[in-house]
Design a protein around this ligand. Structure first.
Ligand SMILES: NC(=O)C1=CN([C@@H]2O[C@H](COP(=O)(O)OP(=O)(O)OC[C@H]3O[C@@H](n4cnc5c(N)ncnc54)[C@H](O)[C@@H]3O)[C@@H](O)[C@H]2O)C=CC1
Ligand SMILES: O=C(O)[C@@H]1CCC=N1
Length: 275
């Protein structure tokens, strides 16, 4: 368990998910801090645990071993430039969770010589079921890599990727991924009610089925395709449904959608680097 002092710049949805996961893993609230001008965001974080918060980023940076940059990509430049002097004084390990923003841009805005880990987590971090891809710039030491991995793995799976551009694919697969599964749950719930189930029954069946399928696939020795085949009786109900999904272009749609997400991640980096 990490005993590093970890500060968050930006205390919105994703920071709350990581902080919630860290607290649930046993990290002490005394080691967690957050800066955010929005008092509602900070209040929400304090409801997770008795962490130190400030509406002024500069208050929380001194003494931090790690600084997690958790503001929207469009705000990264201005926020980095605001905190650059404090960061250069303390030289904490920088962990950025911003979609698309490259380590080179962050280094340009914060000043050179900083150890920067870029990562792409996801919101199930809150319940320690997150999935994170990580990439380190060349200034990150082995000890700092271990520290970053230790922090993110407290919130779930944490995997290093080979190249920085792999983070665009990670964003498409797992960063945005929870939304795809939530959409699928919504669609199944709606279809269940159209078939005559009451909304509560449709909701509970859809949620438990999503949970059961995921848990079973995680625990299984065989892949998802084989598990699907085991549900699919010849000429039965599942076969009919799967054929309709395949004929409707389900796989192409997913492939195109994830390509769109990855392209948008790359585009965000390019759009915002020159600002
Ligand atoms: N929401 C998600 O599922 C994921 C988000 N991300 C990344 O996490 C970052 C944050 O996203 P969310 O948490 O969803 O956004 P959010 O809008 O929920 O949170 C951003 C927070 O930044 C605060 N903020 C605004 N100006 C600030 C400033 N000058 N200093 C400090 N804080 C400031 C806002 O008040 C807000 O609380 C983004 O860069 C996004 O790409 C990464 C993975 C997943
Ligand atoms: O939608 C977004 O841009 C962020 C990054 C991954 C999930 N949410």
């Amino acid at each position: 368990m990490s005993t590093a002092t970890i500060g968050f710049i930006g205390g919105g949805n994703m920071a709350a998910s990581i902080i919630g996961g860290l607290l649930a893993s046993g990290v002490s609230a005394a080691n967690l801090r957050a800066g955010d001008p929005n008092s509602d965001s900070l209040q929400r974080l304090r409801e997770l645990g008795d962490i130190t918060t400030s509406e002024n980023n500069g208050d929380i940076i001194p003494g931090c071993d790690v600084l997690v940059l958790a503001v929207k990509p469009q705000l990264m430049k201005v926020v980095c430039e605001q905190i650059a002097a404090d960061v250069q004084t303390g030289k904490p390990l920088i962990i950025s969770i911003a979609a698309g923003i490259t380590a080179a841009s962050i280094e340009r805005w914060l000043g050179s010589g900083l150890a920067i880990v870029r990562c792409m987590p996801n919101t199930p971090a809150l319940i320690r079921c997150g999935a994170t891809g990580l990439f380190a710039n060349s200034a990150v030491s082995e000890a700092e890599k271990a520290l970053a991995e230790n922090i993110l793995s407290a919130t779930g799976l944490a995997l290093w990727v080979d190249t920085e551009s792999d983070l665009d694919a990670v964003t498409a697969v797992s960063g945005s991924g929870p939304a795809y599964f939530f959409l699928m749950i919504e669609a199944i719930q709606q279809a269940g009610t159209e078939l005559g189930l009451n909304a509560d029954t449709a909701n509970r069946l859809a949620l438990q089925t999503a949970f059961g399928a995921s848990r079973m696939a995680l625990d299984s020795d065989v892949d998802a395709a084989e598990l699907r085949r085991r549900v699919t009786s010849p000429n039965g109900t599942t076969q009919r449904a799967i054929e309709i999904m395949e004929e409707g272009g389900f796989r192409t749609l997913m492939s195109t959608a994830l390509r769109g997400a990855a392209d948008r991640s790359e585009e965000l980096g390019r759009e915002l680097e020159g600002e």
